[in-house]
Write a protein that binds this ligand. Sequence first.
Ligand code: PXP
Length: 247
Amino acid sequence: MLLGVNIDHVATLRQARYALLPDSPNAEPSPLQAALDARDGGGDSITIHVRGDRRHMQDRDAFEIREHCPLPLNLEMGVTAEMTRLALALMPDFVCLVPETREEVTTEGGLDVAGRLAEVQGCVETLRERGIRVSLFIDPDLHQIEAAAATGAEMVELHTGCFANALDGCWELEVDRLSGAARAGHSVGLQVNAGHGINYSNLLRLFTVPHLAELNIGHSIVARAMRIGFGPAVREMKDLMAAYPGA
Ligand code: PXP
């Protein structure tokens, strides 16, 4: 099982002080350095979300990471013409299409692929024509899996937010939903990834979900990094993930 390290919140911290001083020599912490540390800690790919409002990652970060970090780059982006242009200039290895609204604190629900089929399909085609692999961030619902397969995307990322936020006694239901969606995705030939709200303790509860190829994890790794450093925080997560059946 691969680990995509989401480093958005390294940029969140920098922007908290330096959003209006982007050229300041004091601007820190560096997302590129975090990407390099993630590589040293055994991360398999780097995930960044360049949002329409540029609240954390900036275009400059994306190009710097692309140029100087040897790990595969996964760009999360909304389904917009602006972001498609950015992706075609950046040429990440993967794109993960996500829903995006200005008000949300972070990505709050899956992309409604079934409800936006033609639009998503068009975006997937444009990216795939240029050799970029595409994933769709969806809720673990069977009709979204069917729609995802119809777009020509190669991967889905199952939204684990409900699982992560479920109270004790409720998370088993969410694991069942994720398992059903993972089986359905796998059976139609999609690579099945998962992400959102996964941390060092709830990770183990995901181990009964079959077919998981990659997890995208950000917040919890960044928080842990404040105590033990970024590379070691990534290494700890990778070590835990090694116990996934078939990892
Ligand atoms: N996957 C997607 C599509 C996301 O939008 C996010 C949050 O930016 C993540 C994974 C990572 O979530 P977290 O930061 O909670 O680990």
